[in-house]
Design a protein around this ligand. Sequence first.
Ligand SMILES: Cc1ncc(C[n+]2csc(CCOP(=O)(O)OP(=O)(O)O)c2C)c(N)n1
Ligand code: SF4
Length: 301
Amino acid sequence: MISTDATCAGTAATPKDFKSPLKPIWCPGCGDYGVLNALYRALAAIGRPPHEIAFVSGIGCSSRIPGYTTAYGFNTVHGRALPIAQGIKLANPELLVLVAGGDGDGFSIGGGHVPHAIRRNADLTYIVMDNQVYGLTKGQVSPTSPRGTRARSSVYGSMESPVNPLLYTLAYGAGFVAQGIPGDLDGLAAIIEEGIRYPGFAFINVQSPCVSFGEPDNQVKVQRTRMRKLAAEGHDPSNRLRAIELAQDYGQELYTGVFYRNPNPPPTHGSQVKALQDERKALKAGAPPALSETDNHPTCC
Ligand SMILES: Cc1ncc(C[n+]2csc(CCOP(=O)(O)OP(=O)(O)O)c2C)c(N)n1
Ligand code: SF4
């Protein structure tokens, strides 16, 4: 295991340092394996020891991911990873806080939490393993399933338009929005590392195929042939309007890389809370002593 003070001692961390003894029980070929491997690499590059990392998830196949790392993990409640992660970050701002889950967890039951984490600019990295299906509960349509998807819960085909996670987060003002695929491990590891380094709310949508209930034309091998790297297309990630334009192709084009990185990141929620606390402390230190019990209750009344 990585030394608890590896970064101070100058010992380089390796992906293995973040691998827990627990063996993943995902189906063979599940995209989530690739996400986990990319994450190991990203954490090694960041170099923070596992005890300085809190990894929070909701419920779902993808939400098992914290247990496969050596970070402190919390496999919480369906759809509630973001509020719990925000609480952890507020209570201990020094921690590196990662959040993960599925598209159902994040954009169905938990969809109402995403805008608030974004508008607060909570300093979290949120990784959604978007397989366009509810995997754990055996293949119902999810909020990102394409219209017409036939599943156990929609035998005649889904009649709803899918949620677009890229547009959703960009529209609410997320400072970092990216997308990756597990078949491009190097690219995904680089995106996760960049998201972690971004000072503020970072959203990473991973098109992580479900081999058991997902669409056959959206599996790892097919994705590799379909992916279009934004960097190779000459996209400038500081251009938010262009990012929004590109994000509209979600479900049609498989863009990978950083859609948007705010070149002037606004203050994080934590830094604003800290500034307020410091201001209150200074005021208190300079303020006249509080009135005593007797002063507050004069004997005349
Ligand atoms: C409050 C609540 N409602 C419903 C469920 C049942 N449930 C567990 S996981 C899940 C959806 C899983 O899909 P997703 O979040 O996309 O993750 P995946 O399994 O595909 O990785 C549901 C509906 C639950 N555990 N708790
Ligand atoms: S059911 Fe799908 S999402 Fe769940 S482990 Fe299997 S392949 Fe992965």
